[in-house]
Design a protein around this ligand. Structure first.
Ligand code: 4AD
Ligand code: MG
Length: 474
């Protein structure tokens, strides 16, 4: 039996494989002088050079084209070229799948520069490109690091439902789910009769698993979710997806300060771990980004290391407003949106704080209660809640979290004040009746973190199949 290896394994062990007979499989990246094939199998950004024997028939050679998939059995030899230490001298080659030459010209497999927008239009072939396969390998590693962090810190991974009857965040539109025949919707007088629907009530795709995670944390202590979230807002920005992935840790007996400490430690761990384990892909992305954006002063790695270097700046919402007002008065900055206590911070305000003023991530806490969800703990001033958002350069809000309202009466009042139907939340309220404790948590936008780490301008370029308004193909 001849052993099969990935290109990553072969190149990493390099000369240890010299003179060994091996089998490799992959897709052709280039073919030169009728003998040199560069092969990639997705395991690494690097390619393996294959040297064909000279006695292959012309008809067969015609089938060896960019994009076709092959199996090669050969002997590992030392490379004469400087680019790689080893190459494979082919003894036997088999073609699995040829490439349709007529359509090839229209695909992103063609070895020339394609824009990221063009790559998105061929999502099925996009994985074969250097840029996107690099991003996908990094994305995998970020996910792995996240699980590693929580596992090492005593958190339990729980799965919260995707189908729900609630809007946990209370803001924005949700995707409704139904099995009713839209051409023949049952009614009771003028109202839709949801008792005829699958769950006998109105159902949606979940915007967050937090409420369920809270109930679990009030028994297991520290838990986290890692799943998809769905939001039907019509926000066509470079940071919004209609379907995105979110990590939501929830910790019993945690106050807001401990929540902030945890979030900062967590982000730093994941970024550090990814830098250490994705050297080749990040180095490729660094060079790639340089080519597009000559203006960018710092390199990708410098920007990532800056996150690790200093403690995040912590500042209350009210202090932020005072600070921004002073900056305007001193004519240090001009904003398009007015600065008034009670407004939501706009991207221009966030970026001013992060990039110009503090030059590091900023944690803004104690937001006005009118801006935030019902579950956040109200402060003694009666006006602000124990919320915290972590703002990153370029991305803006990467984490949103809070200490939760653990006092039954106050929580019930908040629910009623926000016109939320408390009958749907009886099970959530019950946690505050049977051994309630101070507790906190946060939500990290996974795709936004991958976007930050890979330096991509648009969030659509870091997710395999982006879902955005008017776009659900693939
Ligand atoms: O601030 P959000 O809405 O918070 C929650 O959902 C809470 N339940 C979290 C918690 O306390 N457990 O969302 C959390 C994060 C945001 O900071 C952002 O990074 C990301 O989720 N996010 C999005 N990412 C991509 N596309 C969207 N449309 C996003 N909306 C939020
Ligand atoms: Mg938020």
């Amino acid at each position: 039996m001849i052993e099969k290896y990935s290109i990553k394994e072969l190149l990493e062990k390099g000369k240890k494989f010299l003179n060994k007979k091996v089998l490799v499989e992959g897709w052709i990246r280039s073919f030169r002088n009728s003998i040199f094939i560069t092969l990639n199998d997705g395991s690494t950004i690097k390619n393996l050079q294959i040297i064909l024997s000279k006695n292959l028939e012309k008809e067969f050679l015609k089938k060896i084209t960019i994009g076709s998939s092959i199996k090669v059995i050969g002997i590992i030899i030392e490379s004469l070229g400087k680019k790689q230490s080893i190459e494979l001298k082919s003894l036997d080659i088999k073609i699995y799948g040829e490439v349709n030459q007529k359509s090839f010209q229209k695909t992103i497999l063609q070895p020339k520069k394609h824009s990221l927008e063009t790559l998105r239009k061929q999502a099925h072939l996009r994985f074969r490109t250097n840029i996107f396969s690099s991003i996908m390998r990094v994305r995998h590693h970020v996910a792995f690091s996240i699980h590693k962090y929580f596992h090492e810190h005593g958190f339990f991974y729980i799965n919260t439902p995707i189908l729900t009857t609630l809007n946990a965040e209370g803001a924005g539109k949700m995707f409704q789910v139904t099995t009713m025949d839209l051409k023949n919707i049952p009614h009771i007088r003028e109202n839709v009769d949801y008792t005829k629907d699958f769950f006998q009530c109105k159902t949606y795709l979940s915007v967050s698993g937090q409420l369920e995670a809270e109930t679990a944390s009030l028994a297991l202590g520290k838990v986290y979710t890692f799943g998809p979230a769905f939001r039907a807002e019509n926000s066509n920005t470079s940071r919004h997806l209609s379907e995105f992935w979110m990590i939501e840790p929830e910790m019993a007996f945690y106050h807001l300060e401990e929540n902030m400490d945890r979030a900062e430690d967590f982000l730093k761990f994941v970024i550090r771990d990814t830098i250490e384990n994705c050297t080749e892909d990040l180095s490729f992305l660094k060079d790639h980004i340089k080519k597009w954006n000559q203006k960018q002063k710092s390199t990708l790695l410098e920007r990532l290391e800056l996150i690790l270097k200093f403690p995040f700046q912590r500042i209350s919402y009210t202090e932020v407003i005072n600070f921004l007002e002073k900056s305007i008065q001193k004519k240090m900055v001009k904003f398009n949106h007015p600065v008034i206590w009670g407004m939501d911070l706009q991207s221009e305000h966030e970026q001013y704080l992060v990039k110009k003023c503090f030059q590091c991530p900023v944690i803004v806490f104690d937001y006005p209660s009118c801006l935030k969800a019902f579950y956040m703990r109200i402060n003694n001033d009666g006006k602000t809640v124990r919320a915290m958002d972590i703002l990153f350069p370029e991305i803006g809000e990467i984490i949103g979290g809070s200490q939760r309202e653990e006092r039954y009466d106050i929580l019930l009042k908040r629910i009623k004040d926000k016109n939320i139907d408390d009958r749907k939340l009886w099970w959530y309220l019950d946690t505050r009746r049977f051994g309630s404790v101070p507790h906190s948590g946060f939500g990290l936008g996974f795709d936004r973190l991958v976007q930050f780490i890979t330096g991509m301008k648009n969030i659509r370029d870091v997710i395999p199949f982006p879902r955005t308004p008017h776009n659900a193909e693939f």
